[in-house]
Design a protein around this ligand. Structure first.
Ligand SMILES: [Fe+2]
Length: 218
C-alpha cells in the first residue's frame, strides 16, 4: 500500500504495475554449466589461436555465428528452451523463435561496454562463462526515455525510482531480456578476463506471418 490508511476517506489502495520491463535470470545447474563452460572455453581457445593477447582495457568479440558450432550445441539448447519458456510466460502464440546471432565476449580487466540494444530481434540473452568479483554485473537502463525528464532525489534507490538496475551474475547465469532494452557493462574491475556469450533471437515466421497487419487480412 502506498497511501496511509489512517485517512478515513480510503477504502483500499493498490499499486498497479503497468508495462513492466522483464529480465529473466536463470542459473544453470553446476554439472550442466561446467560442461558448457569447458566446451565454450575450448572453442574460444581455438578461435583465438594466433590472435594477439587481449590487453588490459581491451575487449574482443568473436564472429556472430557461433550458434552453428557443435561446441555450443548444449548452450544453444538451453537458450532455446529458456526462450520458449519466456514466450509461454508472455502468452505469445508464435511458438517458433530461433537464434539469429551468437557471439563470445572477452573483456580484459579495465574493459567496459557502453549502453546499447540489439535491434531487429525480439529477445536477447547473455550467458556467463567466467565472472570475477568486480566483473559480475550488468546494467539495464530504463527504456522509458521520458521518465528521466525529472529525477528528484530519493531516500533509497529502488527499481521503481531508478533509471538503471544492476543485475549480479555468476558463472552459469543465463539472462534473457527484450532486445530493445538498453544495457551496459561497467569496466571489468576483476583480476582476469570476463567471458560471456551473447545471443539474439527472432520469430522464425516473422516475415512470413507475424509482420502482417494485426487487424486481419488486407
Ligand atoms: Fe548486448
Amino acid at each position: 500500500m502506498m497511501i496511509s490508511r489512517t485517512r478515513s476517506w480510503i477504502e483500499s489502495s493498490d499499486v498497479v504495475s503497468l508495462f513492466p520491463t522483464l529480465v529473466w535470470k536463470i542459473q544453470l545447474r553446476a554439472e550442466v554449466h561446467e560442461s558448457i563452460d569447458a566446451s565454450t572455453l575450448g572453442l574460444l581457445h581455438s578461435l583465438r589461436q594466433g590472435l594477439p593477447e587481449v590487453k588490459a582495457g581491451e575487449a574482443w568479440q568473436s564472429g556472430q555465428a557461433l550458434h552453428r558450432r557443435e561446441e555450443l550445441r548444449e548452450l544453444c539448447d538451453c537458450v532455446s528452451r529458456a526462450a520458449a519458456s519466456v514466450l509461454q510466460f508472455l502468452k505469445i502464440g508464435a511458438e517458433a523463435i530461433e537464434i539469429t546471432g551468437c557471439w563470445a565476449n572477452l573483456y580484459a580487466p579495465g574493459a567496459a561496454h557502453r549502453s546499447h540494444s540489439h535491434p531487429n530481434n525480439y529477445l536477447s540473452a547473455v550467458y556467463y562463462v567466467r565472472t570475477w568479483p568486480g566483473a559480475d554485473t550488468i546494467n539495464f537502463h530504463d527504456p522509458r526515455s521520458q521518465a528521466g525528464v525529472i529525477r528528484p532525489p530519493v531516500t533509497e534507490l529502488t527499481s521503481a525510482n531508478t533509471d538503471q538496475v544492476v543485475v549480479r551474475v555468476r558463472n552459469g547465469t543465463l539472462l534473457v531480456f527484450p532486445s530493445y532494452l538498453q544495457h551496459s557493462v561497467d569496466a571489468n574491475a576483476g583480476s582476469d578476463s570476463r567471458v560471456s556469450v551473447s545471443f539474439n533471437l527472432m520469430f522464425s515466421a516473422f516475415t512470413a506471418a507475424l509482420s502482417k497487419p494485426l487487424w486481419g487480412d488486407a
